[in-house]
Design a protein around this ligand. Structure first.
Ligand code: URA
Length: 199
């Protein structure tokens, strides 16, 4: 796993600074904190989620609520941890009220920040966590159920895989063969396999 150079970290800090003062959409009026990123800035793996929820907005960190706890368990099942193996960010940096879906204009306003994060990190692997992340990165009308677990070519020759959002898995608790949780288990093992193949 390669960490960022001092220069790249500085570039990332500049983007974060811009986000802290961002007023490009009305979510800036209702946010408590911006949620810029979590995990470790590195060139190997990045996970893109949807948007901050209540706890993320309070703490200024991604995936710290129930969905985040499940995400940590999924990662740990193949020996990944957020502080050692991946950078985590969201399609939106501010919380939509009542956790509603991001609006197109909010995604559009926030897009430059996500693009900058991707272009500075140039991760080899990008995990698209849930429908909103998929829609912001892949030009497809196919639903997450159809395309989860498949590799797509991403920016800077990266490999991108859509995976289920942990909130969806919290609502679908079965572990039976073929269930969403079972599929997630297949997907995370495939991600680990490809991660280990890359230097
Ligand atoms: N759900 C997301 O998609 N992102 C978070 O940061 C928290 C919950």
């Amino acid at each position: 796993m390669t960490l960022l150079t001092e220069q790249e970290n500085k570039e990332l800090d500049k983007i974060k600074e811009k986000c802290l003062h961002c007023q490009k959409c009305p979510l800036s009026k209702t946010r408590t904190n911006i949620v810029f990123s979590g995990g470790i800035p590195n060139h190997k793996m990045m996970l893109i989620g949807e948007a901050p929820g209540f706890y993320e907005d309070q703490k200024g960190e991604p995936f710290v609520g129930k969905a985040g706890q499940l995400l940590d368990k999924i990662l740990a099942s193949v020996g990944f941890s957020r502080n050692e193996h991946l950078y985590i960010c969201n399609t939106l940096k501010c919380r939509p009220p009542e956790n509603r879906d991001p609006l197109p204009e909010e995604k559009e306003a926030c897009k430059e920040y996500l693009e900058a994060q991707i272009n500075i990190l140039k991760p080899r692997i990008i995990l698209l966590c849930g429908r909103v992340a998929v829609q912001s990165m892949l030009d497809t009308k196919q639903g997450i159920i159809k395309i989860r677990g498949k590799w797509f070519e991403g920016p800077n020759f990266s490999k991108m895989m859509p995976i289920y959002h942990p909130s969806y898995l919290l609502r679908n608790d079965s572990r039976e063969k073929g269930s969403p949780k079972w599929q997630m288990w297949q997907d995370i093992q495939e991600i680990r396999r490809v991660y280990d193949l890359m230097d």
